[in-house]
Design a protein around this ligand. Structure first.
Ligand SMILES: Cc1cc2nc3c(=O)[nH]c(=O)nc-3n(C[C@H](O)[C@H](O)[C@H](O)COP(=O)(O)O)c2cc1C
Length: 331
């Protein structure tokens, strides 16, 4: 068992989180992660209405009696979803942990805290981590440039971002972006984090509710198979490279506006990828960590493998590197 401030804070066995994933973070995956002793997050906005979210949380409770959380992602939108109603559904459902992500979470943080909910805020820079800490969140999840989804605009990879954040953030902190195995967990702990968050790796598990062909595509892809879309709009998103993302990037290079790429990037097309298994049907998120993903295990196998190998790595390979000065002097 690896115990950290984070496992104590949220009451899970292992310092591993499955972060919010649009269209993927549904009850079957979240419950499987919870049953494996890690912390899964239902993705609130995957549910079409707050009432559907209430039902999804209830469905997850039928599948596990372990703790799990809900991700609430606040993104700039012309017609924003009814955030306050989603928030209320989360509060009324009695969920004890929430992962917030995106812009200006203060109003949500204040409300969740009033109801005794632990808030894990995900961000991509040290300044945003410190601002969330001042807002009163309980823990930070910090996403390096390698991550799937929104890496921000600073382009700082985890190897730099995590230790700098660990120097400055006082509350527990989870490292995110590029993690898939025991080596990543041990490295994150060494860099000062209290655990890891994984998106793409959990997306490629048996219980992940997406088409088998997409999982196989992740296994086949290497670390170069991602693309950064919306760079020109300062709303960067790391997605799997395919015919659609390549086209969007090419159009952006020629000055295309959001309106001109809107049809290509439509959420409905991305959702279809997961249903049909046709990886070229639309835009879907995946990280550089695809290069470290070689199989489609169950969540239980994945989590236990990471923890078991991390313990072996710490006690064995790393421990074995430390010389015994007295013994060496005597020899
Ligand atoms: C398919 C997919 C969908 C995602 N959707 C969201 C989302 O809706 N909200 C969010 O906060 N993060 C989202 N993320 C980001 C993950 O929660 C996590 O921060 C990221 O995947 C970490 O990088 P990794 O994929 O290298 O592990 C998504 C990631 C993936 C792979």
């Amino acid at each position: 068992m690896i115990r950290t401030r984070f496992t104590e804070l949220v009451g899970v066995d292992h310092p591993i989180v499955q972060g919010g994933m649009q269209w993927v973070g549904r009850a079957e995956l979240v419950a499987a992660v919870a049953n494996a002793g890690a912390l899964g997050m239902i993705t609130a906005l995957t549910q079409p209405t707050p009432e559907d979210l209430t039902q999804e949380i209830a469905r997850c409770r039928e599948l596990t009696d372990k703790p799990f959380g809900v991700n609430l992602t606040i993104l700039p939108a012309i017609k924003p979803p009814p955030y306050a109603e989603y928030r209320q559904a989360i509060i009324e459902s009695g969920v004890k942990v929430v992962e917030t992500a995106g812009n200006k979470p203060q109003e949500h943080v204040t409300e969740f805290k009033k109801h005794g909910i632990k808030v894990l805020h995900k961000c991509t820079s040290v300044r945003h981590a410190l601002s969330a800490e001042r807002m009163g969140v309980d823990a930070i999840s910090i996403d390096g440039f390698e991550c799937a989804g929104h890496p921000g605009e600073d382009d700082v990879p985890g190897l730099i971002l995590i230790p700098i954040a660990a120097e400055k953030v006082k509350i527990p902190m989870i490292a995110s972006g590029g993690f898939a195995d025991a080596r990543g967990l041990v490295a994150a702990l060494a860099l000062g984090a209290d655990g890891i968050n994984m998106g793409t790796r959990f997306m490629c598990t048996q219980e992940s509710p997406i088409h088998q062909l997409v999982k196989e595509r992740i296994v086949a892809n290497d670390e170069r198979e991602t693309e950064l879309i919306f760079r020109t709009m300062r709303n960067t998103s790391r997605v799997a490279r395919n015919t659609v993302s390549t086209k969007v990037v090419a159009m952006e290079k020629q000055g295309a506006t959001f309106e001109q790429v809107r049809e290509l990037v439509a959420g409905a097309r991305g959702k279809m990828v997961y249903a049909s298994g046709d990886a070229d049907e639309g835009i879907w998120s995946a990280g550089q960590v695809q290069g470290l993903i070689h199989d489609i295990p169950s969540c239980a196998e994945l989590v236990s493998r990471i923890v078991r190998e991390a313990e072996t790595l710490i006690r064995g390979r790393l421990g074995g590197m430390i010389g015994d000065a007295q013994r060496e002097a005597a020899e």
